[in-house]
Write a protein that binds this ligand. Structure first.
Ligand SMILES: Nc1ncnc2c1ncn2[C@@H]1O[C@H](COP(=O)(O)OP(=O)(O)OP(=O)(O)O)[C@@H](O)[C@H]1O
Length: 276
């Protein structure tokens, strides 16, 4: 089976006794776009820390491209799985933007010309080239977030994991990020995004994994996001497109659309039916 990430019966309890993960299991196919969802405190960030070896399993297993994450492999796993933290202040710390983005590639031991090429490309991808000589701590939160993303892109990881990447980005910043993610997806990168944004998850993801109380509540295609039982149990809401069609029971739809494209196709069909 071509699973790029396998999580098997994973448990994690913090020092103060808070159990964050309690028997979590799921697996992800290579090259997919995954939305990881679930209520506040469900264990999403704790899980992400396991995917690149920052936290090691206390019980259960995490495998990345067939390689088990443990103390011996954690370093190698970190270069294969790029993690963009929820808060860029946890990630951006060098004295200039350029240095910050170069940090990973330099640590990987790449030659200076290759480091420069990667930094240029990553800064261009997040549209931050003009800020390269600026100290990151003077940037806005959204700009720092872009720098943090550039730092991960510059390492060229096979899997990219982003914790709430859309938070604090302006609408254009969100579109830019989605374009970056689409480009990476076309190159075959597996992308996992932890998000509360149901509209983004519905329109972007191939696969939705919903967790609650440190366990998997559901996993499947985004049509999960129009299932009333799941929405209720996971403290989610229906995608806006689905909300509109759910408010029109007279249409007697068998399947409620949840993306703009699906809604447009349905409306075209309805309009065509009227004309005949
Ligand atoms: N350093 C820590 N020490 C103790 N408990 C923690 C720590 N970090 C997280 N927790 C607890 O672990 C549980 C899972 O937290 P986590 O941050 O993984 O959830 P999350 O799904 O990412 O939440 P959110 O949607 O709010 O970002 C919560 O109960 C949280 O309070």
């Amino acid at each position: 089976m071509d699973s790029v990430i396998e999580v098997e019966d994973l448990y994690y309890t913090y020092r103060d006794g808070t159990r964050a993960l309690a028997g979590l299991s799921f697996s992800l196919p290579r090259g997919c776009r995954v939305a990881l969802m679930g209520p506040n405190g469900a264990g999403k960030s704790t899980l992400l820390m396991h995917l690149n070896g920052i936290y090691l399993p206390q019980r259960g297993k995490v495998r990345v491209m067939g390689q088990e994450v443990n103390a011996r492999t954690a370093r190698e796993i970190k270069s294969r799985v790029g993690l963009v933290f929820q808060d860029p202040d946890d990630q951006v710390f060098s004295s200039t933007v350029e240095e910050d983005v170069a940090f990973g590639p330099v640590n990987m031991g790449l030659p200076p010309a290759e480091v420069k090429r990667r930094v240029d490309e990553a800064l261009a991808a997040v549209q931050m080239e003009e800020y390269r000589d600026r100290p990151p701590y003077h940037l806005s939160y959204g700009q720092k977030k872009r720098v943090a993303i550039a730092g991960v892109l510059a390492m060229g990881p096979e899997i990219i994991v982003l914790d709430e990447p859309m938070a604090y980005l302006d609408p254009q910043g969100k579109d830019t990020l989605l374009e970056i993610l689409d480009r990476l997806h076309r190159r075959g990168t597996t992308i996992l995004v932890a998000t509360h944004d149901v509209d983004m998850a519905a329109s972007w993801a191939d696969l939705v994994v919903i967790i609650k109380d440190g366990r998997t509540l559901a996993q499947g295609d985004p049509s999960l996001l129009v299932r009333e039982d799941i929405i209720r149990r996971a403290n989610l809401r229906f995608p806006l497109v689905a909300q509109i069609f759910r408010s029109l029971p007279e249409l007697q739809l068998e399947a409620v659309p949840y993306t703009v494209e699906q809604a447009a196709a349905l409306l075209r069909k309805i309009l065509a039916g009227r004309q005949t």
